[in-house]
Design a protein around this ligand. Structure first.
Ligand code: H2U
Ligand code: ZN
Length: 351
């Protein structure tokens, strides 16, 4: 395989059909711009002012139960609502195209402990989170086309609270990113009679240079086409279409993978590592979905230290995304980090 060298080049994302400009060595440039706040290190196990801690009152006026494992509730400020009787676009104004949507938004607390992140939970607790995701995908999937499970972690990604939590947005439509991936995987399956992402893993395992964590059931790699500096894709090693199709052994394997990977992230800059993480898989409802491979995306914003983030501005907004370090450089750094937690406050107070 001809390898892209150090010169600027573009890489293609076969899942979305989009390109990324890769200009390695730009990380050497000096930085006197914005620096991120670092999340406080020693959080209490319970915070009386936290709207996600057990027994506390939320902004909407409801009180959380004294939950033991996970808690799911309808978002008090939901982005989607179940009732809608609007008709949609007015054909006389063709360029003002719009459609009504029905849906719901939920919040999922991963643990009653205010001070722990997903990667710091024990394996059975992480499995409980995955099982809650599966139950939610199954329950909401009966009613809605697509159930997007995701987490915004850290203030840099807009998370409102350090209490470990994620979100679940379900809607009666296929959102844009899902629509792109659906189309590309469908086309590939039709043409090659095999799965795009399963074929992709074969190549990644052969080369090894973008692998971050490799387990029996799962692989985490910095994708060849990564946009965000330390972006990772989580892929199953055998066919699985949707989160609801995961077997018990895949669930326990995924818990192990998440724990190892998220710990590496925290160790990268010795800070609780911010990111957006979420799952993609076959949508619900009628129609063949054999072309789908279930997978996870993690998009972390940090670039060169705990406080310097990647900005998607300028050329990225007007042209296409650009990255500084290569996917191979990012993967090597993550791969070589330990999978036990060593984030200590003293490590990053000096930043
Ligand atoms: P983020 O940290 O990703 O913003 O998720 C927290 C969600 O919790 C957010 O969508 C909701 C916000 O609307 N929320 C409640 O539902 N009740 C509250 O009391 C505060 C926040
Ligand atoms: Zn809390």
């Amino acid at each position: 395989m001809v390898h892209p060298g150090d010169k600027p080049h573009r890489r293609y994302n076969p899942l979305t059909g989009e390109w990324v400009l890769v200009s390695s060595h730009r990380t050497e440039r000096p930085w006197s711009g914005e620096r991120e706040e670092i999340s406080p290190a020693d959080l209490p196990t319970y915070d009386q002012d936290c709207y996600l801690c057990p027994g506390n009152r939320r902004a909407g006026g409801k009180t959380n139960p004294a939950y033991q494992n996970t808690l799911v509730f309808t978002n008090d400020f939901p982005a989607l609502l179940p009732d809608c009787d609007e008709a949609g676009s007015d054909p006389s104004v063709a360029l003002h195209r719009w459609q009504p949507v029905r849906g719901t938004s939920r919040v999922i607390c991963y643990s009653p402990r205010h001070d722990l992140s997903l990667g710091q939970l024990d394996l059975p607790e992480i499995e409980a989170v995955i099982n809650t995701w599966i139950n939610q995908a199954s329950e909401l999937g009966d009613q809605y086309k697509w159930v997007q499970i995701f987490e915004n972690k850290g203030a840099a990604m807009g998370a409102s609270n350090p209490h470990p939590h994620g979100q679940i947005w379900a809607g009666d439509f296929l959102p844009t990113e899902m629509e792109k991936e659906d189309r590309r995987q469908r086309e590939y399956f039709k043409q090659h009679k095999s799965h795009l992402l399963l074929d992709y893993i074969v190549d990644e395992l052969k080369s090894g240079e973008r692998l971050v964590v490799e387990l029996d059931q799962w692989v985490a790699a910095v994708p060849f086409w990564a946009v965000w500096p330390f972006e990772v894709i989580i892929l199953p090693r055998s066919p699985v279409g949707a989160i609801t199709d995961l077997s018990p052994v895949q669930i326990s394997g995924l818990a192990r993978l998440l724990k190892g990977l998220l710990t590496k992230y925290d160790n990268l800059f010795s800070v609780p590592f911010p990111f957006s993480m979420g799952w993609h898989g076959a949508p619900n409802g009628s129609g063949a979905n054999d072309h789908w491979t279930f997978h996870g995306h993690i998009y972390p914003p940090l670039l060169r230290s705990a406080t310097v983030r990647k900005f998607m501005v300028g050329y990225e907004m007007l042209g296409e995304p650009q990255r500084d370090l290569t996917a191979e450089q990012a993967a090597a750094r993550l791969r070589n980090l330990p999978e036990n937690h060593n984030v200590r406050k003293s490590d990053y107070e000096s930043y």
